[in-house]
Design a protein around this ligand. Sequence first.
Ligand code: IMP
Length: 208
Amino acid sequence: MRRPPVFVSLANYPMPTNSTEEAPKVHPDLESVMFTEREIKERVKSLGKELKAAFGDGEFTIISIINGAVLFTADLMREIDNPVRLDCIRITSYGEKTQSIGTPHVIHSLTLDISGRHVLLIDDILDTGKTIALVDGIIRKLNPASLRVCVLLDKHGRREVPYEADFVGFRIPDRFVVGYGMDFAERYRNLPCIGVLKPELQKPPEWA
Ligand code: IMP
């Protein structure tokens, strides 16, 4: 049965400044909202400016780690007017777990030739660092002119493999988040905000 939308009381959830505006409805499976749609839009816009400052007007090749980085990549690409090429790489995901499971591996690899090209690797979250370190190694073997890395979220305290991204949207604590491309068992990717999934739902759900 479809659950009715509920309002969630959130300590750090920005309230609308205009008192006549209603608070946006929050998905009932979220314990809290970490970043609203508006906050994400503003940060993606400013990340676009940071990229422009770093790349100038030159061409570069974007490599997006799918599925998680799909929405972030699509929005970020539209904040820059450089000529860009786009390729995607698919890496094993968490499946129905909320913790990294062993060593990630490639499910679908690159198709573009990136030899001698400037590359921007984009991912949703830098967590233990295993995924980005794997993809970084794959890209470097293909002799790009340069490689820079942009992540929307950085769970800095969780690193198992040392790795620093060149561009970071937000640094976040160790919470399992969903929305804006990020999933649990392939659900919640289409939420416009980024929120913390309720702990009781962080188990293989009955619908998985
Ligand atoms: P890492 O290899 O541990 O750095 O994990 C990176 C990948 O794990 C990300 O690209 C995400 O797909 C996934 N991931 C890590 N933390 C979360 C989370 O809080 N929610 C959803 N996916 C996550």
